[in-house]
Design a binder for this molecule. Sequence first.
Ligand code: 6PG
Length: 240
Amino acid sequence: MSNVELLRFAGDLELARTAAEQWTRQLETLARASTPYCLALSGGRIARRFFESVAGQTRERRLTLNSVHFFWGDERCVPPADSESNFAVARELLLGPLSILPEKIHRVRGEDAPESAAAQAEADLRLIAPTDSSGLPVLDLIFLGLGEDGHVASLFPGESEQVMTDARVYRDVIAAKPPPRRITLGYSTIAAAKEVWVLASGSGKENALRDSLSRGGGTPLARVLRLRRHTRIFTDIANS
Ligand code: 6PG
């Protein structure tokens, strides 16, 4: 697919290190301390490796992430200290080690009622991010993981095609991957982002990635790829 840049790696550590290197180098070239840089993080195993790599490289190269505002592509409906919270993992491996200022951290309030959390997350994003011509907030970069069923963020298979044009920035869903109650960015806001990088790592995902990359693919990742002019995929998944 011409709108996909596919980078292959032997394993998760090399994948995470390279993605961290490419992102931190990109930040250095931007060096736009005055303009907010809006980033959305995901959860999962490869996200942990990525956070560790970013924290290490940022310290080694004495980088500053002062312009970066941290948002989330999805969050589980659990309290922020819960081990299942995507915020808790990022705080442990990235935000805490780099002493990111609280005013740059915009977590989804998983402890609140889901609809209220989704509305607040949208309001928080709209306070910082610019909007495009259709009124959607534009994130600079969204990191996504890939699930064994082809899900990204908490966009899971089984939803009708209509959700691809659902204008809600964040919405609450019942997910196939536990914990079930989640808040996720919608397809339209993912489509509107300047960049989307997918960290597709782990066994058992060969079919999910192959289907996502095929013309007419039906997975949530396939839907994202169809909606965007360009998406970068970092993968250690063989035979896909
Ligand atoms: C979540 C994640 C989810 C994750 C993928 C990949 O909250 O669960 O955002 O979308 O990124 O399931 O997870 P792994 O990297 O652990 O396979």
